[in-house]
Design a protein around this ligand. Structure first.
Ligand SMILES: [Zn+2]
Length: 250
């Protein structure tokens, strides 16, 4: 019974239909990520409507903090922590066009990240970290401010940073992009199965499907990951589901 550990359900058109399709496909749950205050509200609504199946994560994404009020975000997380399994999606993204050449925005991005790492620790929840183009800094700040519980989602960064991520106790997660992404393949080949989660990050355009992804496509992730690891899909499903249940206390 696979679990999609990272889906932006509140951003998917027809949320309930997508959840039904995930059940039919045999998934045992979905960890629903948020990216701003609005999707935090949408995530909570979906988790309440599908209790025990949709698990909420609240947080502000490193490409969506620009118009967000950090204190309101902190309050939102604190007030609803008992209904959540994680704080996320948080992190850094130095490749975003509004951050790439703007030191002040980069500093603000780091402040959002650090404060959310700290509140996750305070309310005792794991974190889901986006680290694109900022892998080393993400790890460094997670090491100094985080609890060590969390996942570097869709990890496609350098292998030496990956080793640090694993040494620090974090998981890494795999998406359907493992079919074609050399960076993701290298990371997944290196990481031991007992530290890998599977996810979709849906909705994301998947070329081989000719459509946007949804949680049931985590089965594709399992298939490609099993091929890469030279293991059966069943073994990979069992191990990664156990990992998700452990990390998110499901
Ligand atoms: Zn995401």
């Amino acid at each position: 019974m696979a679990i999609d550990t990272h889906a932006h359900l509140a951003d998917l058109p027809g949320g309930d239909v997508v959840i039904d399709r995930a059940r039919v496909a045999g998934l045992s749950g979905i960890v629903a990520m948020s990216a701003n205050i609005l999707t935090c509200e949408g995530t909570l609504k979906l988790a309440r409507a599908h209790r025990g199946y949709v698990h909420a994560a609240l947080g502000v994404h490193p490409t969506e903090f620009f118009d967000q009020n950090l204190e309101a975000v902190m309050e939102m997380i604190r007030a609803n922590a008992s209904e959540c399994v994680a704080v996320g999606e948080i992190g850094l993204d130095y490749w975003h066009k509004l951050v790439r050449k703007d030191a002040a925005q980069r500093e603000r991005q780091r402040e959002f990240y650090v404060r959310q790492l700290q509140i996750a620790r305070e309310v005792d929840l794991p974190v889901s970290i986006h680290s694109r183009g900022a892998w080393g800094d993400c790890l460094e700040l997670a090491s100094s401010h985080g609890s060590g519980r969390g996942v570097f989602h869709w990890y496609s960064g350098p292998i030496d940073v990956l080793d640090g991520v694993l040494d620090t106790g974090y998981y890494v997660s795999c998406t359907p992009a493992v079919e074609a992404s050399a960076e993701l393949r290298a990371a997944m080949a290196r990481a031991p199965l007992e530290r890998i989660l599977v996810e979709t990050d849906s909705p994301v355009w998947i070329k081989s499907l000719g459509r946007e992804s949804e949680p049931k496509d985590v089965l594709l992730t399992l298939q490609h990951l099993a091929e890469l690891k030279g293991l059966s899909v069943g073994d990979v499903e069992l191990a990664t589901t156990r990992n998700a249940e452990t990390l998110f206390s499901l």
